[in-house]
Design a protein around this ligand. Structure first.
Ligand code: 2U9
Length: 343
């Protein structure tokens, strides 16, 4: 019995020592099996109690129970310590520095050309115009014939066109939209529309792109005069390029307007005194315009004896270039973020 007792106490002391040294919950579990498991050392001691006398048995039973209670308590304590240590380790390695700057979420914005189109639309909406749209693939009739450009008319060659068949082409201007609108509305008055959109011409250099954008306008009513045209375009120029802008009209020629005029705005860079941008003239051409040709009114379904109208057209890329001082029109189509992010 003496041997048994000292052996049990030795197992206890060794277990407590191991317990203090082990570093993980897995090692803790292993140790528990080694001592209290089926083949554990303390379990083996309990089996040997069969060889003791009836008087010795309860005394040894008490010793074993005390040892078991002591070990279980020590286990719980060490287990709690190990859990706390593991938590400390996680807190140290997974620490988040909430003072670090965050990653910026970059936000897109509207393309500068679309911004300019929307600005032009806003200005004309403010003057009571409506916005009209139409197909980019057009018939020869709407793109040319109805605009007083019959077949073999030399002005057709002014713009090299992209033909799909003999009769179908990519529109070279947004004018067919106005023709279609007149056809649809006549004999209602007034017609007061702008037609923004993409147009296509066989051109490609620093100032011409095979696809570009136009905004054209058309007003038809009784008693429309050239002074109405001038007033609308002066107001547009001032809203677009600044309150102090002036405009001037120079005689020109377009097959669909008579008389026709090119419109210059006083230079937005020098104010009119002459500089590099306006090549010393003080004026910059921004659009073409004129009184709608009687034949064009007639083909749109209106009586040119009873109504008159004015029309104008501008290239949006040109307006954008002038407004923002862009050097090469192709920058507007390259989609280089270093360029686009400036707007
Ligand atoms: C209808 C009647 C008349 C539209 C007009 C211009 C003058 C013009 C150019 C400006 C620069 C084209 O983009 S550009 O190359 N446009 O000069 N456009 S009058 O006249 C019309 C349109 C439709 C029914």
């Amino acid at each position: 019995m003496i041997y048994l007792k000292s052996e049990i106490l030795r197992i206890k002391e060794e277990a407590l020592k191991n317990l203090r040294e082990l570093e993980s919950t897995e090692a803790l579990q292993e140790l528990k099996v080694k001592i209290l498991g089926k083949k554990g050392s303390l379990t083996a001691m309990l089996r040997q109690m069969g060889s003791l006398s009836p008087e010795e048995r309860p005394i040894m039973g008490q010793v074993v129970n005390e040892v078991r209670t002591r070990l279980e308590q020590a286990w719980e304590e060490r287990s709690a310590e190990l859990d706390a240590m593991a938590l400390q380790r996680r807190l140290a390695t997974e620490r988040i520095d909430i003072t670090l700057p965050g990653t910026r979420i970059s936000r897109g914005h509207i393309h500068p050309l679309t911004q300019v189109i929307e600005e032009i639309e806003d200005i004309f909406l403010g003057m009571g115009f409506q916005i009209a749209e139409g197909p980019e693939i057009e018939s020869d009739y709407y793109n040319f014939e109805a605009l007083n450009l019959p077949k073999e008319h030399p002005a057709r060659e002014m713009q090299d066109s992209f033909y799909i068949t003999e009769e179908i082409l990519l529109r070279t201007q947004t004018s067919p939209v106005q023709v279609r609108t007149m056809e649809k509305l006549h004999p209602q008055l007034p017609v007061k529309i702008i037609a923004p959109g993409k147009v296509y011409r066989n051109d490609d250099d620093a100032t011409h792109s095979p696809m570009f954008h136009q905004v054209e306008g058309l007003v038809v009513d009784q008693g429309i005069r050239m002074s109405d045209l001038k007033g609308i375009l002066l107001n547009f120029s001032r809203e677009m390029f600044g309150e102090s802008r002036e405009i001037r009209l120079r005689p020109s020629f377009f097959p669909f307007t008579e008389p026709s005029a090119e419109v210059d705005v006083s230079c937005m860079l020098c104010g009119g005194s002459g500089c590099r941008l306006c090549k010393g003239t003080g004026w910059i051409e921004i659009l073409g315009s004129g009184m709608v040709h009687p034949k064009v009114l007639e083909m749109g379904g209106y009586n040119p004896q009873a109504v008159t109208g004015f029309a104008f057209g501008m290239g949006v890329e040109r307006i954008a270039i002038l407004k923002y001082g862009i050097e090469d029109m192709r920058l507007l189509f390259d989609n280089d973020l270093r360029f686009l992010q400036q707007f």
